[in-house]
Ligand binder design. Structure first.
Ligand code: MN
Length: 197
């Protein structure tokens, strides 16, 4: 059974298409018009081993906010769709990823309930190309709200903004991969005593 999600989200501000295959090989085709964000979504697919297509046409003449946020919302919705009934998966995942001087620690529970805990260094360069670094939390909030997962992301230390953001996406990718992968010992078993996830 294939685990794929496809979401089209069209508003007056943006038009987003996301397709994801959780059991892919990290084949990524991303075009949002925001270079650094494309680079981050590339990390997500590559290190999550998800096949990922993202096409966003947003109101970049205003700024990159709507484009980035709406893409994250669609990505979260597509991820949830692809997870399906969650039978036979690990459910929990965590990964710690260093990028030179920066470190990201990510823990996820594919719980069905949205919750984000996020800390990162307060003092960071405000922009990476067209990417506003305060958007990282906004991306995670948006993804969590739609994917309905509990997500804890911490960067206890780091200095370079590019590194601080990129290690978060790499660790997120790997944690999502571990949580969503099929557990060979749990075939046919829903990883919850509640009977629903
Ligand atoms: Mn917003």
């Amino acid at each position: 059974m294939s685990r794929v999600g496809r979401v089209e989200r069209v508003t007056k501000e943006t038009s987003v298409l996301v397709e994801i295959d959780l059991d892919g090989s990290g084949k990524v085709e991303v075009a949002t018009g925001v270079g650094f964000y494309d680079h981050m979504l590339d990390q997500l697919g590559r290190h999550g081993l998800f096949d990922l297509t993202v096409k966003t046409e947003g109101d970049l003449h205003i700024d990159s906010h709507h484009t980035i946020e709406d893409t994250a919302l669609a990505l979260g919705a597509a991820f949830k769709q692809a997870l399906g009934d969650k039978v036979g998966i690990y459910r929990f995942g965590n990964c710690t990823v260093p990028l030179d001087e920066s470190l990201a620690q990510v823990t996820v529970d594919l719980s069905g309930r949205p919750y984000l805990v996020h800390t990162e260094p307060e003092h960071m360069a405000p922009m990476i190309g067209e990417y506003d670094t305060t958007m990282t939390r906004h991306i995670l909030e948006s993804f969590v709200a739609q994917a309905q997962i509990a997500l804890h992301v911490h960067v206890p230390y780091g200095r370079n903004a590019h590194h601080i953001v990129e290690c978060q996406f790499k660790a997120l990718a790997r944690a999502l991969r571990y949580a969503s992968e099929r557990d060979p010992r749990a075939a046919g078993i829903l990883p919850s005593t509640k009977g629903a996830l």
